[in-house]
Design a protein around this ligand. Structure first.
Ligand code: ZN
Length: 101
């Protein structure tokens, strides 16, 4: 059984990540790179507190797009500015902590 390193509870009882999700300062921006390709960049996520891989998987599945993790940011292919916030809120992030740039 996996035990949380911070609170010592089994992962299914641990609420550390839920609490952390409400206190992140997440920014969502759309960047245009070469060949006019657009990327939606979700930054400000603390990897020590949030399972960024799982979050990236959720986003990619819901948006049906490709994406990668670079440093502490999730980069999604395409412009998903309009939908990312609702998906993050659905994943437990507080709406007021998500800033659309
Ligand atoms: Zn915990």
């Amino acid at each position: 059984m996996n035990v949380c390193a911070r609170c010592g509870l089994p992962q299914d009882l641990c609420v550390c990540e839920s609490i952390a999700k409400e206190t992140q300062k997440v920014t969502v921006s759309v960047e245009e790179r070469k060949f006019r390709k657009q990327y939606t960049v979700i930054a400000g996520i603390d990897r020590k507190e949030i399972d960024i891989e799982a979050l990236a998987r959720t986003l990619k599945a819901k948006l049906a797009c490709g994406g990668t993790i670079r440093d502490d940011a999730i980069e999604l292919q395409g412009n998903h500015r309009n939908r990312v916030k609702e998906i993050l809120v659905g994943a437990g992030f507080a709406p007021e902590t998500i800033i659309l740039k």
